[in-house]
Structure formats: C-alpha cells, structure tokens
Design a protein around this ligand. Structure first.
Ligand code: RAM
Length: 329
C-alpha cells in the first residue's frame, strides 16, 4: 500500500471509530406519556428537548399509547426495552400495572423514573411530583370555593380511575373539604383524559345535579371539555369550571366566563426537570432518601423517604394574566 493509501485508510478508521463512539455515547431518554395528543405532555416534551439541547449528548424519544391505558404503556415499555434505551421517564396510567414491565427494564440496566403520575415504589428509582400533592389538593377546592361565598354543590371530573396523580389530589382535596363549610362534593366522575368522554361526563353531571355550582377538573383534558360542555349548555355564570388547565387551551373559556380561574405548574419545566434527573441517574447519581439530584436550571430534587421530590408550586390564571401566558404553554 502506498503511503497515501495508508494515510487515507487510517483517516477512514479514525472517522468510523469516532462516529461509532459518538453514536454510543448519546444518552437515549424515553419520555413515556399517558397518551399521545395531550397538550400538557407536548409542552413537557418541549422542556425535555430543551434539556437535551443543553446537555448536548441526549436524544429524546417522545412516546406513549394512543389512549390512556396501562396496557398501551406496557407495550411501549417492552418495545423501549428491546431498543435498549438508557432511561425511561414515565407518567403512569396505573401505579401498579406498569411496575413489572419497568422492573424488567431496570433489571436490564435501564434507568427508570416516574414524573407527573407516579409508579409504585418497586417499579421506579424515583418519582418527580409537579408540586406538593397536599397543596394541589387544597388548591383545586379553593379555586371553586373562592367563588362560592354561599357554598353549593360541586363535582369532580377526573382523568382515569387508576391515574396516580389525580387520585392523590382528589384524596388530598377530600381531606381539606371540612375547611370549606358549605361546599358540598356531590360526585366524582372519570373522563379518562379523552375529550369526548370528558364532555359527556360533564353533561351527565349537569343533568344529574341541577344545583351544581362548579365542576372541578384536575386534568387539562377534563377542564377544557367541561368548559365547552357548560358553554354549549348555556350555563356560563351558573356553573364555574375550574381545576388544572393550560393557559393556551383555556384562554377562550376565561374570556367567555365559563372558567373564572384555574391553576397549573409549568409543564415545560416539568419535562425539563424529569429529563435532567433521568440523565443524572444514567451518569451515576444514586436515587436514595435524602439524596439531592440536579435538575439543571430548576435546582436540585431532594428525595424524601419514598424517593419522591416536588418541583414547584402551582400558579393561578385568570383574566388578569392569561394573555401573558397563553402563547407559552
Ligand atoms: C392532564 C394529565 C396530566 C395532569 C394534567 C394536570 O394533562 O392527566 O397527568 O398532570 O392533566
């Protein structure tokens, strides 16, 4: 071989090794959501992409089932195990049903965290709550009670009946109900985070409880559907729809008066923080009680005895500030 050919061959080998090494070094983090097509999770994905860009060597795989079922998520998890991703960060449709598949992932060396909607302790290394569950529970009742000085009937329109996050918030809300005398919780129904089912459940509530004064939906899908149902029924001013929503999706309802106010934390920050935590665990951080694990610009997550941490507080939106936020998330 001539000296030039030899030199060229060396360059080619170096190039190959470099590309190979680079491809292997990319940390692949799968963001598994309750279902595709939900604005809240799309906003979280923006945050995940922001974290990936900041870290430089991360690829985000945004995925989830087409509807909010644990079965759908188990299929997704099994396929991610087969692909050999480095981390799975999941918002679970059921805390227990997805745990065995996630345990299998951890046995294969995959980092597993839950965020937003938790997985049972044995099925994940840590869980990132958006905020304190007790605070969210109190917030959703207060949002309704603040506009009902005389009290009255209220109902909850939730996501799925097995959803970890909504179930905890409803439990916490029920605990503080005695602090709101006159507020009468008449029913809790489930719209499964599907727009059409949530809409029908809201219609059902209005039909069953003629004196209903507020629908509290601790889900971005439910609150939007309920505000539409109340609007279509001509009940703006009679029934206040509140709970947790996205300013981008709720601006019309606030404008029309179907919703006086609602709350949420920043979903972009939540996706960003979940990605940072996943990355740091892949790189060797240990999830154990008392540990502080970095979340980039969101500070540190301090793990409690259940390896859980909370990100930030919810913020309330109404006519005074929705314009400012509706183009952000
Ligand atoms: C929906 C989902 C999500 C929840 C928000 C508030 O988007 O149910 O899990 O955190 O609402």
């Amino acid at each position: 071989m001539s000296i030039w050919k030899k030199a060229l061959a060396t360059v080619a080998v170096v190039a190959l090794t470099t590309t190979g090494a680079y491809a292997q070094e990319k940390t692949r983090i799968a963001l598994v959501v309750k279902a595709l097509g939900i604005g809240f999770f799309e906003a979280a994905n923006k945050g995940a992409e922001e974290a990936a860009a900041e870290l430089g060597d991360v690829e985000i795989i945004y995925t989830g089932p087409t509807d909010t079922t644990a079965e759908g998520q188990i299929e997704v998890i099994n396929s991610l195990i087969a692909q050999g991703v480095n981390a799975i960060a999941i918002s679970a449709n059921d805390p227990d049903a997805v745990a065995p598949a996630l345990q299998k992932a951890m046995e294969r060396g995959i980092t597993v965290i839950s965020w937003d909607s938790g997985v049972a302790k044995e099925g994940r290394q840590l869980h990132l709550n958006p905020s304190s569950s007790a605070l969210i529970g109190n917030t959703i009742i207060k949002l309704a009670a603040d506009h009902l000085p005389e009290g009255g009937d209220v109902a909850i329109l939730s996501a799925t009946a097995t959803s970890t996050n909504q179930n905890i918030w409803i439990e916490e809300a029920t605990k503080v109900l005695p602090n709101y005398p006159g507020i009468n919780l008449v029913a809790t129904v489930y719209g499964d985070d599907l727009a059409d089912k949530s809409y029908r459940e809201a219609q059902g509530l209005m039909a069953s409880y003629p004196n209903l004064k507020a629908i509290i939906a601790p889900t971005t899908v439910g609150i939007l559907a309920a505000s539409q149902a109340v609007t279509d029924a001509g009940k703006i001013g009679q029934i206040n729809v509140t709970g947790l929503g996205l300013p981008s999706e709720m601006a019309g309802a606030v404008e029309s008066g179907a919703t006086i106010s609602f709350a949420i934390w920043n979903p972009i920050d939540l996706g960003y923080a979940a990605t940072m935590l996943s990355y740091n665990l892949v790189k060797g951080a240990k999830a154990e009680p008392g540990a502080e694990i970095g979340m980039g610009r969101m500070g540190n997550a301090k793990l409690d005895d259940n390896n859980e941490a909370a990100m930030s507080d919810p913020f309330t939106y109404d006519k005074s500030n929705i314009e400012q936020f509706k183009s952000i998330f």
